[in-house]
Design a protein around this ligand. Structure first.
Ligand SMILES: [Mn+2]
Length: 467
């Protein structure tokens, strides 16, 4: 955990050598830093409440939640760092290698690297040093902004051998300081996932902001479709990525820009295919905001702005199934009720199109042959992770009731693979998904992405307005 001294650190193979005279020179002659501290951030009271509830759940225990480590992309180039979602939910720091420790008495301490000390040359010689990647906030500034006492990372060593529950999977080195058991650690991960199911008002505001930026990104892409026709799906990916980086932290997941039959590949992220007028393009994209909450929205658009009759027929069926699912989004209903409502509409539509003989028969629990064309579930939780709350128990999440404060996607689809011999030829290669992000309220739901048109006529009007 300790930092290497500059003498021990080998220069990269392409770096010029640094004589001692230079290193000494680099360590002198810098003005003092301003000691002005930032104001406490708007999220600090919400995170304090979450930490209080966590400590209350495991009284008298030490709880350890790491932010995660940098990951190598190639040689000495790392992926951009994004802290683990549970750590972000509880602490809010963006530093790699940081560790949040909640003590047996409930006191929270954030161990992380301090700002660079310029009396030694590491800030210049270390490739993660201030002169390479920019300054790190001082621990006093971190304490002021996050409302958690921040201590130097090296002090974590004092906790060597402490019995604790550790959130595993983020930082093996930090985890190794503590004595923990697999079962106890798993219970911590489960509690965190289940606690994150209900979003507080600050989180709902973050999600709405991410959705609003995503809607702007969809407008950007719809406007840029002529350039995508000239190039490839990549143009759509790039245009959306620009909006995501300008309005937020990044995309929340790899954008799916699937033109033509690529729409039938659920997670098509190669995005290297042609965009052809007369065909559809399925766009599944979400901006991750600056506080790391992500949107997850899908629209399927006619590339030239107008549906063919057959495209519209499929689209309207998916649209009606989504309406049926949305109508089931209310507290007390089960998580799977919107899914079941959508599947009923889709199966009946498949029967009407002559693709299945009897909707009733294929809808049976021991049949489900309609799934050949619907492929996936209609909903997942949404929050800091695009597939949020993944460690929640089935009885709480998949088989549990919807509660006010849940945010989930509603995203039915129909996919006719290009080589599917069981569907009429003129349907093959058509894939349609419509996805919105909804907040469960006291008496129903609020569609956070309602401002992005999805009614088939409204989609045409909207596209025409962007040309
Ligand atoms: Mn989704």
């Amino acid at each position: 955990m300790t930092e290497e001294t500059p003498q021990e650190k080998p220069a990269a193979s392409h770096d010029p050598k640094r004589p001692a005279k230079l290193l000494e020179f680099m360590s002198t002659g810098w003005a003092d830093r301003s000691a002005d501290l930032p104001a406490e951030g708007a999220a600090a009271p919400f995170r304090a409440e979450r930490r209080r509830r966590l400590a209350e759940q495991f009284p008298g225990e030490v709880l350890v939640i790491p932010s995660g480590r940098l990951k190598v992309r190639s040689n000495d180039t790392d992926y951009p760092f994004r802290p683990g979602s549970d750590f972000a939910w509880l602490a809010g720091s963006f530093e790699p290698d940081a560790v949040l420790v909640i003590d047996a008495d409930g006191t929270a301490t954030l161990f992380q690297a301090p700002s660079w000390d310029r009396t030694t040359p590491a800030f210049f010689t270390d490739r993660n040093g201030e002169l390479w990647v920019g300054p790190r906030p001082s621990l006093d500034a971190v304490t002021a902004e996050l409302g958690i006492t921040a201590r130097p990372l090296e002090e974590l060593e004092k906790l060597q051998g402490t019995a604790a529950r550790v959130l595993q999977g983020y930082d093996e080195a930090a985890a190794a300081f503590f004595e923990s058991s697999e079962q106890a650690d798993k219970e911590l991960a489960t509690w965190l996932s289940e606690a994150r199911l209900v979003k507080d008002e600050w989180e709902v505001a973050q999600l709405q902001e991410a959705v609003n930026a995503t809607i702007k990104g969809f407008e950007d892409v719809a406007r840029a479709l002529p350039q995508a026709v000239e190039t490839s799906e990549r143009w759509a990916e790039g245009v959306f990525g620009l909006r995501a980086r300008v309005e937020g932290n990044d995309v929340g997941y790899g954008s799916i820009c699937a033109a033509g039959s690529h729409a039938c590949t659920l997670h098509w992220t190669d995005n290297d295919g042609p965009v052809v007028p007369g065909e559809l393009i399925l766009l599944d994209m979400g901006v991750e905001g600056n506080e790391l909450y992500t949107a997850d929205v899908t629209r399927t658009l006619p590339v030239n702005g107008t549906w063919t009759p057959r495209q519209r027929e499929v689209y309207e069926l998916v649209y009606r199934s989504q309406e049926a699912a949305l109508a089931e989004c209310k507290p007390g209903n089960s998580f799977l009720d919107p899914h079941k409502a959508a599947m009923r509409v889709l199966a009946e539509g498949l029967e009407a199109m002559g693709i299945v003989e009897s909707a009733q028969e294929v809808l049976a629990d021991d049949d489900k042959r309609y799934s050949r064309w619907t492929l996936h579930g209609v909903s997942h939780m949404l929050g800091l992770d695009v597939h949020d709350c993944a460690h929640a128990r089935d009885e709480v999440y998949r088989d549990g009731p919807l509660l006010p404060g849940y945010v989930l996607t509603v995203e039915p689809g129909l996919y006719f693979q290009p080589d599917d011999l069981l569907v009429p030829e003129d349907l093959r290669g058509i894939g349609v998904r419509i996805e919105d992000d909804v907040l469960i309220t006291e008496d129903g739901y609020r569609n956070l992405s309602a401002a992005l048109p999805r009614d088939p006529d409204a989609v045409e009007t909207w596209m025409a307005s962007l040309r």
